[in-house]
Design a protein around this ligand. Sequence first.
Ligand code: SF4
Ligand code: SF4
Length: 467
Amino acid sequence: MRWHVRRVGEGASHPGTSAGLPPRGYNRNTSVSPVAAGSGLSGEQRALLAAEHANMLACIRCGQCLTSCPTYVLSMHEAEGPRGRVAMARALLEGQLELTPELIAHERNCLVCDACSAICPAGVQMDPLQVALRAAMDSSVTRPPWQRLMRGLVFRQVFSNMRVFRSIVRLLWLYQRFGVQRLARGLGILKLLRMEEMETLLPRVTEDFLVPRGERYPASDGSREPLGVSFFAGCIMSTAFAEIDRGTIRVLQRAGCDVENTADQGCCGALNFHAGDLEGARRLAQRNIAAFEEDLGGPIVVNSAGCGAMLKEYAHHFRDDPTWAERARALSARVKDVTELLAGRELPMRRDLGVSVTYQEPCHLAHAQRIVHQPRALLRSIPGLELREMAESSLCCGSAGTYNLTNPVESRQLQDRKLDNALATGASVIVSANPGCLMQLQGGLARRGSDVPVKHIVELLDAATAE
Ligand code: SF4
Ligand code: SF4
């Protein structure tokens, strides 16, 4: 196992503590002033962390979160669990720990899956804490020049510009369709470039993207007053998974919704936020906030758990910005996961699917948005569908944004664990509700030579309600 298990701050910088944790007995008064001495943080880094100080102080160190944390479950190491991560962040801000490579590694090993936030009795929120930490740590991370260049290109050029994003996915489509993929695999080029693992995660993409231009799709059920909704198309969903986006719109129409595919929207910024690119992430968020202010103003429906969680977090990330706080709050309040919206509406079930499925809960649905019952209720409402629960259905599958690229060993361990649990149910289909999970599961199954299909929940609802 490739965990970074060295104690953080071990030695002179942090005497008298165990497992690298700060000493007990802190003053929990939130007005306590973060001590800068010894932390080595710049003013900017300190300001970023100070915004989450109250969040850190909320931790009562009860340890209830430990067994829900994938990295703790795998390593059984305090610094790889939520309690340790909160304690290290706090000690860093308060000047008891230095920003060492070990500390950075332990924090960056976090999947930001929010399993700890969901269970925490004190209300500690790991997602905003990690966003602040990663932005603060970013300037201290040493990267080779090519990585810096790639990072700049991906975050500032690709995710920020949907035209560029679509062009890249189109190149991927060409690669998959015209024999280049077969050739690269056959000649062992991918192995040579150490890209074999990453390549298995790529979905089979379509070239027929869904480009949001403000088009409207009327409700197909004329027997009830239609509900006007806006559709968040997503970057990966509207390109690589465009057919699922189209299926989502069809299902919403059948559920009595007038759907607007809001123009000028773009990537939600989740990858930027979680990689520490706060500036780029905020620009993406501002673009979405402005775009959705121009539409009909109903619920914003999202079929990607990660994007939905991020859009709901905008309110938090702009809370202290006098220009954007209210606008961000208004957008976040409108966001609904597609299962959240559909669970409250009648769907015309027309087909018996005669299938057994098991449900893999995306972290950003189950933990970040606390949407647990609605997907299951929708699945159970499908005629001829048998839902077989897997063990540890809400334990992260190891996808977690770019985690499968940055932490391939741990990601593979979680992927294997998830697939073992899913396949043990004997279900003929694995269902999820997030593009990252779909890719991670599909990639793992392909590696095992399994032909069990992985479906987005909307694909089953689409099939069951088709005319
Ligand atoms: S459950 Fe919450 S309060 Fe308890 S140790 Fe974990 S983060 Fe701290
Ligand atoms: S967000 Fe997930 S990986 Fe990170 S500390 Fe919490 S439970 Fe562990």
